[in-house]
Design a protein around this ligand. Structure first.
Ligand code: NAD
Ligand code: ZN
Length: 359
């Protein structure tokens, strides 16, 4: 069976396109109880961008701190319950922020119309009804969460997405002016998420001309941004990285992530590491999987003065390492892609643990 992939309904790209947000949502305001919810990264509270959000008195504007932890099922359930109790069903929800806020907007949109806890829906095609209108405005580039069919949530038992066609945004606004304020370390780690998506997509059995077409473009844009002669922070590079992020995400829809993301999930769940950072920590030790790309990655680290911690595993207990290894091992679809359908004959929890011990 081939994937019957649903795309973002509408997309606008360009400097200043954020100003079109008010006009874009205007026709949707007649839906449901005639109000919008805006979930915005706390960083923007009191900043110029917050002044430009087209919220009206009837709307709900929430600034959410994504630094304490990645989005949880608990957060989504509370947000949904309190809004339904106070004002009923919104016309739509707008997320303005990074991957974390994209996931909060996508997951909430679905949970407004699906009863019970979001824990019940972590997995593929478990959602029963379409959600409400949802629109994403990324403010940092790399995750591809703007185009993916998953809203990743950490629950009491697992970190797993609500994954279905209805998760995909109805509208995305890509305004490359918005990431200009991202601190350089976060710019690098989230940008590397995109680079690693492309490398992983290209290094496994599901790779195909569709994934290659998007992945090659995304990789070449990443190289211009991170290693080319004009590498570094600039307006032009923000424009490129925003498209690289989208194309990296599209490359994955017809392939898969691989070993690095499996290791990264273990690090995030057990050690609370942020997604992009965890990817970098893992990728640095994966020459066996990704060869020269790891050398290129190290060159990028050097160019941008990013120092990754060494010998982290010295602080980890054996129990923690085995827990991470189990989490990574359970990500069957990633190992299928990276190693092949017979991966269980070639690759064990102990092999995974040995890689964690190198980190
Ligand atoms: P993030 O959303 O967690 O934000 C990272 C940091 O950047 C935060 O401190 C935030 O406040 C700051 N920030 C964002 N925009 C800014 C701006 N313009 N100026 C200044 N600071 C800004 O980071 P992320 O790396 O984009 O997303 C990571 C999350 O995305 C993880 O929770 C991960 O699980 C999820 N993810 C989801 C998908 C998907 O397909 N749904 C894919 C990859 C990752
Ligand atoms: Zn990723």
């Amino acid at each position: 069976m081939h994937k019957n992939f649903k795309n973002i309904d509408r997309l606008v790209y360009g400097n200043g396109s954020f100003n079109q947000l008010g006009n874009i949502i205007e026709p949707v305001r007649k839906e449901n109880n005639n109000f919008f919810v805006f979930v915005v990264d706390k960083y923007f509270e009191g900043k110029e961008l917050a002044e430009r959000i087209p919220n009206r008195t009837e709307d709900i504007l929430l600034f959410i701190d994504v630094d304490k932890k990645e989005p949880t099922t608990e957060l989504i359930d509370e947000l949904r319950d309190s809004i339904l109790a106070s004002k009923g069903l919104p016309s739509g929800i707008v997320g303005i922020g990074g991957g974390s806020i994209m996931d909060i907007a996508k997951a909430s949109a679905l949970m407004f119309t699906n009863e019970g806890s979001s824990v019940l829906y972590q997995g593929l095609n478990l959602i029963k009804k379409p959600g409400i209108y949802h629109l994403g405005v990324p403010t940092i580039s790399g995750t591809g969460a703007e185009c993916s069919m998953t809203a990743v949530l950490s629950g009491p038992e697992k970190k797993l997405g609500l994954k279905c066609d209805w998760t995909i945004f109805n509208q995305v606004i890509l305004d490359p002016e918005l990431p200009s304020t991202v601190p350089t370390d976060k710019w690098f780690y989230t940008g590397m998420d995109c680079y690693i998506h492309c490398v992983e997509s290209a290094s496994g059995q599901y790779y195909n001309p569709y994934s290659k077409a998007y992945g090659d473009q995304a990789l070449s844009l990443c190289r211009e941004v991170f290693v080319g002669e004009n590498a570094g922070r600039s307006k032009e590079n923000d424009e490129k990285l925003m498209i690289a992020s989208l194309f990296g995400g599209l490359s994955l829809t017809y392939a898969e992530v691989g070993a690095c993301h499996a290791f990264s999930y273990g690090l995030s769940v057990v050690k609370g590491m942020r997604h992009g950072y965890a990817n970098c920590v893992a990728f640095n030790h994966l020459e066996d999987f990704y060869g020269d790309a790891v050398n290129e990655f190290r060159e990028m680290l050097k160019i941008h003065n990013i120092t990754l911690p060494q010998n982290l595993s010295a602080e980890w207990t054996d129990e923690e390492i085995m827990e991470m290894s189990q989490i990574a091992y359970n990500l069957t679809h990633m190992w299928n892609h990276a190693i092949g359908d017979d991966w269980k004959e070639k690759w064990t929890r102990d092999d995974i643990a040995n890689y964690y011990r190198k980190m």
